[in-house]
Design a protein around this ligand. Sequence first.
Ligand code: FAD
Length: 382
Amino acid sequence: MNFDLSEEHNMIRQTVRDFAEREIKPIAQELDEKEIFSPELTQQMGELGLFGMTLPEAYGGQGLDTLSYIIAVEEIARVDGSQAATLAAHNSLGIGPLYYYGTEEQKMKYLPQLCTGRALWSFGLTEPGAGSDSRGSRTTAVDEGDHWLINGSKIFITNGASEISMGCTVQAVSGTDSEGKKVFSTIIVEKDTPGFTRRSMHNKMMWRASDTSELFFDQVRVPKTNLLGEIGKGSKIMLSTLDAGRLSIAAMGLGAAQGAYELALAYAKERKQFGQPIGKFQAIAFKLADMALKIELARNLLYKACWLKDQGRPFAMEAAMSKLYCSEIAKEVADEAVQIHGGYGLMKDYAVERFYRDQRLLQIGEGTSEIQRLVISRYLGV
Ligand SMILES: Cc1cc2nc3c(=O)[nH]c(=O)nc-3n(C[C@H](O)[C@H](O)[C@H](O)COP(=O)(O)OP(=O)(O)OC[C@H]3O[C@@H](n4cnc5c(N)ncnc54)[C@H](O)[C@@H]3O)c2cc1C
């Protein structure tokens, strides 16, 4: 076994870390406070090559492996959850299904611009009545000869309504099978299609500088060629997209934990009480030891899942385990990081306060912790 990262992986980490420290860190707090989505930062991430990292160059990508992408998400999340959310959702949920299931024509039409950071794409699965139970979707797509007629709505859609959001891949009920069960298809809907309206959701606790939106479809007509993948395979497309997406949510958890830990470690060395740095108290030192241990375990698990994917081997169970573990330890580490900061940790002037809020989505989005346990237990055959 070789646990060393390659020179290329180390270089990617350093490049993304430098970028995040230089461009994101100084403004993260203000963007969070004022709930500002930044097209400029998104474009800068694009210029750095962070969108479509794993795609072939022909589609505007970098042809890198999964681990390279995961390291990039981890490094952005180490500094700011909001920008990491924009990056991870666009890559895994926006670009992913178009690349894996699009026709050559669809790929050439959408992917090159989506790799620039000047345009975003979203993934519309969740509905007001269908969260964990995605088969509860009510949005319909009716085959009307030369076009699909779409009606319904989606909620909590990342990158759905920013000024640079170009469209959405929508899961819709497109009929029923011989047993009367719903059949789903995934359909591409571009932003200016008549009847398609979008609304950014505000007052979020976390990821306040990332766009989360509601999408509404009122008699929306799109050409039949906007079908993504095969008719009736929508559920499979969405669920396989989530398998890969879980790796990037895990990377966000790992990065958030790393960022919160580093803040706590620095604070423990600098803050003095009873005449010595608080890190000298065993109670604080042991907290830091536990945090470092959890991060180490999380990183090993996640990188192994990436390795499996890059080997072309099954990785869905390990992706669910990584998502579950990395997001849960992000919560524990951020909580202890606040504890180490004492009262200052509850003040917005201290970045650790933002880490404490931002990690909370990670146990909920792209399959809650309860659903990850369900997924893992199914792989165990129970
Ligand atoms: C900021 C943000 C961004 C998001 N981005 C996107 C996006 O880009 N695209 C998209 O499609 N969705 C997105 N989502 C939606 C997200 O994936 C859902 O919120 C999530 O899947 C949970 O669904 P729900 O909120 O409806 O909760 P529910 O499914 O109603 O769950 C509520 C509680 O019940 C539990 N529960 C439900 N079913 C079971 C079960 N069978 N066994 C045990 N416990 C269960 C859950 O674990 C949870 O604790 C986003 C959400 C947020 C908040």
